[in-house]
Design a protein around this ligand. Sequence first.
Ligand code: SAH
Ligand code: TYD
Length: 408
Amino acid sequence: MIYKCRACGETIQPFMSFGHQPPAASFYIPGNQVPEHFFELQPAFCPTCQLFQIVEQPPEAVMFHEAYPYFTGTSRAMIAHFEGLFQSLRSQWLDGTADPFVVEIGSNDGTLLSNFMNAGIRHLGIEPSASVATAARARGCRVHEGFFGMETADKVRAEHGAADIIVGANVIAHIPAINQIGAGVASLLKPTGVFVFEVVYLGDVIRNVAFDQIYDEHIFTYSAGAVRTVFGRHGLDLIDVVHLPAIHGGSMRYTLAPRGMRPVSTAVEACIAAEATQGLSETTTYERFRANCETIRSDMRRLLDELKAKGARIAGYGATGKSATLLNYCAVTVDDLEFIQDSTPIKQGKLTPGTHIPIRSPAYFKDNMPDYALLLAWNHRAEIEEKEAEFRARGGKWILYVPCVGVV
Ligand code: SAH
Ligand code: TYD
């Protein structure tokens, strides 16, 4: 099979496969007769663009729809984080701007956007999934229901004018038509405007062997080098990078501006130099990553089998998107995990995609505490450990797998 880089069209080769995987958010309704969609999850690296990507994925409409189950507001830490992002965007870029206009791509349930709304700032969310768009509207946010691309950018510009800020958190990795994002942003942004996006960082994924960050929705895993190259082709300069080690297990905030309009921070060059030192463009880096993934898979299987042989009860914690890759790659089934607790009502009562493990509420977890809980929402570890002090007090132990399998 020949695959092309989605940014430049050069031929690329996957360096490994995580096997057949379902769309990570396609939580299965018990008794559903409809066969699940599966695709081959294979990452590849384009040496021309420095762009890490998966070569196959389900259609966008299979991933983002009226029942899309990820709600940003399920994490207190994320609510606080996005309030902080709002504060810094406002003070850095909107001070003194008359009647500013802010566009958020992938505005989800309005967790970030509502901050702009509450401050009386003209705003518009672009969000294709009706489940979350409805939630954002219910709190008063203005939302255009649809996918961001050239066409939407032109429509928004014609209706509302050009934007002072275009912001997108955990969404720029989700849009396969990467050149449409570049061209759309370049056309919708004012010459004085900025494009700010946050997304899981390739350097952290590789360093921490966080392979579960690779799933259908994460078509791209960005590095600063890739962002500079890919968006540079659309006349956008990468002017700043801020590492966010605590967000989604390691993210980067990228700020871009129309060419030549803003000075470039020294942080950009420093980050790109660090990426070279880390070997993010080297084939051997990805060969080592593949071997590390295989080690985690065999360690995970061994641990689960040993614990089960001792008669331990094991459950999962957090039916995250990420967990689809881990559970399917490591062939974890209901024989391993009795259930997975998740606080999102829309996920409860359903089964995990592919592996069909039942998802239960926090109340169920409280009443049926296992001996071990596999922390699938490991990126929220601090928040969850604090919340689940009783689990610890009753002798419960956490199973972790990033950066390696262990029990704490
Ligand atoms: N920004 C939120 C949500 C991230 S989940 C946060 O950081 O928590 C990704 C969101 O992007 C989903 O709500 C999904 O429906 C939306 N999305 C996916 N493709 C999109 C596209 N092409 N344009 C705009 N939003 C998109
Ligand atoms: P998250 O790791 O943010 O995302 P992704 O789907 O991108 O991998 O998902 C966290 C999941 O964990 C979400 O379904 C809500 C759930 N959760 C809990 O059940 N309890 C908690 O205390 C927190 C913070 C999250």
